[in-house]
Design a protein around this ligand. Structure first.
Ligand SMILES: NC(=O)c1ccc[n+]([C@@H]2O[C@H](COP(=O)([O-])OP(=O)(O)OC[C@H]3O[C@@H](n4cnc5c(N)ncnc54)[C@H](OP(=O)(O)O)[C@@H]3O)[C@@H](O)[C@H]2O)c1
Length: 329
């Protein structure tokens, strides 16, 4: 597993990390044994970066991470654990992002993760107005000064939110969707790199579409967001299938199949495409079992994509996908 510098945090992290949403909830049933073995497999594969949030399974994801790390304690340096705050607000409004509320969310994550200080807290896709409220970022600076968090960052929906967020000097990282079906952030990621901001790439497999395993007849459980959020019914529709209409995405996936080399799966190929951007610090595929986690970690060992493959994927995005997504995020 190769590592990359995580912005100016002073930490190096594995270029493939572990996204821990699916082991919390909203992806159909993932039983605790599978969840734990997925995380163990990722860590065995050299993963040293875990992304979670206080709302994933209402804290279940954070608690499972704490248990797994306890089971492994002493056997390796502690991985970097990034969590998020803000989405416990109900209703989720900018005015709720007060020092008091954020402090309470952070205290809860400290308990769930069973640590004295959190490695990284990301504002969890807050309403756009929050990026224009310096007092929110000042409150996060005070959390760092108080020793509750080592670093803070933002998880954004839009490139423009990221551009605004990195104007605040305390912001150490940006998490954003970037994948074969979401190519617009490429230049923004380069800008972050130049400014020493860590970049965490989420939804790298377009919620599983870019594994090539989905078909027109694939079904999803009632509590899986890939069934209930296709049009943004529960949260931003870009978080589900990267916002690409399902049938159209399947056609595009068929065009990608021929590019995948024999020694890789389509999922690994899609992850390696993301790593071609040197501004990316870590990519955080979600995995619901050990086999997926192991295969995803191995993507770090693949050679770079060919110029030909890069050109075909760029043209595919421009011609087929961009008209549906480029102007939104
Ligand atoms: N607002 C935010 O900040 C935000 C939002 C979304 C996600 N995230 C973070 O980003 C992480 C990753 O994004 P994501 O989980 O939404 O999407 P993703 O990584 O694009 O897709 C994950 C899903 O793809 C399937 N999969 C993964 N690896 C596979 C493999 N090797 N072979 C076959 N299938 C595989 C699994 O689902 P099935 O097996 O069921 O198909 C898995 O749950 C999350 O876990 C979370 O940490 C953050």
């Amino acid at each position: 597993m190769k590592t990359r510098k995580f912005g100016s945090t002073g930490r190096d992290v594995s270029e493939i990390g572990f996204g821990a949403w699916a082991i919390g909830g909203s992806w159909g049933n993932v039983d605790e044994r599978d969840a734990k073995s997925a995380l163990h497999a990722a860590l065995d594969g050299g993963v040293t970066f875990i992304d979670t949030a206080d709302v994933y399974g209402d804290g279940r994801s954070e608690r499972i991470i704490a248990e797994v790390l306890k089971e492994r304690s002493g056997s390796e340096p502690r991985p970097f654990v990034a969590t998020k705050a803000g989405r416990r607000l109900d209703p989720h409004l900018a005015k709720g992002y007060t020092a008091e509320n954020l402090g309470a969310f952070i205290d809860r994550s400290l308990r769930n993760l069973d640590v004295d200080c959190l490695d990284l807290v990301q504002l969890h896709c807050p309403p756009t107005e929050v990026y224009y409220q310096p007092e929110v970022f000042a409150a996060m600076d005070r959390m760092v000064a108080a020793g509750k968090i080592r670093n803070y960052g933002v998880s954004v929906e839009k490139v423009e939110e990221g551009l605004k967020a990195i104007e605040y000097p305390g912001v150490k990282s940006v998490q954003i969707i970037y994948n074969v079906f979401r190519q617009r952030p490429a230049r923004f990621i380069g800008e972050c790199h130049q400014r020493g901001i860590g970049v965490i790439v989420r939804v790298p497999l377009a919620s599983g579409l870019l594994t090539g395993k989905m078909t027109r007849t694939t079904t999803f459980a009632a509590d899986d967001h890939r069934l209930f959020n296709r049009n943004g019914e529960a949260f931003d529709k870009g978080e589900t299938f990267a916002g690409v209409p399902y049938e159209l995405a399947l056609e595009a996936v068929d065009e990608i199949r021929d590019l995948v080399p024999d020694n890789a799966t389509m999922a690994q190929f899609a992850l390696r495409w993301i790593l071609m951007n040197e501004g990316v610090s870590t990519v955080i595929p979600g995995a619901r079992n050990a086999a997926q986690a192991k295969a995803n970690s191995a993507a770090s060992e693949l050679p770079p994509l060919t110029d030909y493959a890069m050109a075909v994927l760029s043209a595919l995005y421009q011609e087929k996908i961009a008209p549906h997504v480029h102007h939104y995020w």
